[in-house]
Design a protein around this ligand. Structure first.
Ligand code: C5P
Length: 317
């Protein structure tokens, strides 16, 4: 595994006890280097073989106890200038708040927390921003509430919150199977450099899976990730570029045809490869190294208002 660029949660507050009063946890976005999708299971979810990679585009979650002893989960948000604040689910609908309630419920304690999310990850963008926030909330509140939840339990709570949440806990690079919630770490020789072009509005994940079903009636098992894993192990960006694969890309393009132009603009800007991230609509472009990523990003800025650069892999929550 590559050197991790983050440490664990930072804590501030009184040091007389182990119990911190404020915890800050960083939550990494992900991209899917390989996303093989099979026909829907009886429960409606699709079996996946995916390779997740955590990238250095991150939200920051700060958890503290509310001043009011009766208060439950309070949420406040700050957003990067390129994000539209109204697009972040507020209050109890936010996955981080649902994570707080789920963790408290698991232990039979009252969910009492102030959560502040500093958002950098585009919402509903196929970058698992909501899942990252949920994973970070679990880690922060486990520490804040002094629960010491066993990792296996934390993983189960994460999986109940969403298919991508267990990976958001783990970070790095990992193989995802089942509906994506069964994660196994993978050795990654990185670093890799990505240029990201978010869309101005999100795509609904269920809608993209439904479009996949219309395009691929009777789909069988998900495509294996062997080719991607061999390419990743070489550490060569050109080899990785040739092996990137996303079975949801065609479905995302069917719902948002203009993304084809965004993908093409990456090629014209000299990127090694262009790919829709997960269920989209964020487009990601692989660069050869940091300098190349800066060049590709600069060229893309001529056409796109928001262009981000990230390295990978990076740590989980
Ligand atoms: O697990 P998560 O809450 O992220 O899933 C959101 C939706 O995406 C599901 O309700 C389902 O419609 C779709 N999905 C799927 N197969 C998966 C993951 C998600 O069909 N493996």
């Amino acid at each position: 595994m590559s050197p991790r660029t983050q440490t664990g949660p930072t804590q501030t507050g009184p040091t007389q006890t182990d119990q911190p009063t404020t915890i800050t946890v960083r939550a990494a976005a992900k991209i899917n280097l390989h996303l093989g999708v099979g026909g829907p299971r009886a429960d409606g979810f699709h079996p996946l073989v995916t390779v997740y990679q955590a990238i250095s585009l991150q939200d920051t979650i700060t958890a503290s106890l509310p001043a009011d002893a009766q208060a439950e989960v309070e949420l406040s948000l700050a957003c990067a200038s390129y994000l539209t604040p109204g697009t972040v689910p507020p209050g109890a609908d936010n996955l981080a708040c649902r994570a707080a309630v789920a963790l408290a419920g698991h232990h039979g304690v009252r969910a009492r927390a102030r959560l502040h999310i500093d958002k950098q990850i585009p919402v509903a963008g196929g970058l698992a921003g909501g899942s990252a926030d949920a994973a970070a909330a679990l880690v922060a509140l486990d520490r804040l509430w002094g629960l010491r939840t066993p990792l296996a339990d934390l993983h189960r709570i994460a999986a109940d919150l969403g298919s991508d949440v267990p990976f958001a806990l783990l970070g790095g690079t990992a193989l995802g199977t089942g509906r994506g919630e069964v994660v196994t770490p993978i050795e990654d020789p990185g670093p890799w450099w990505w240029v990201i072009v978010p869309a101005d509005s999100g795509l609904s994940t269920p809608a993209v899976y439904a479009a996949f079903d219309r395009l691929h009636p009777g789909a069988g098992d998900p495509a294996p990730a062997d080719r991607l894993l061999s390419a990743l192990a070489t550490g060569e960006p050109e080899r990785l570029a040739a092996a990137l694969h996303n079975d949801l890309q065609e479905a995302a393009l069917a719902l948002r045809p203009e993304l084809a132009r965004t993908l093409a603009s990456g090629g014209a800007a000299g990127a090694l490869a262009a790919l829709i991230s997960g269920s989209g609509p964020s487009c990601v472009f692989l660069a050869a190294d940091a300098e190349h990523a800066a060049t590709v990003a600069e060229r893309l800025r001529a056409e796109h208002p928001v262009v981000l650069v990230a390295s990978a892999p990076t740590a989980g929550a």
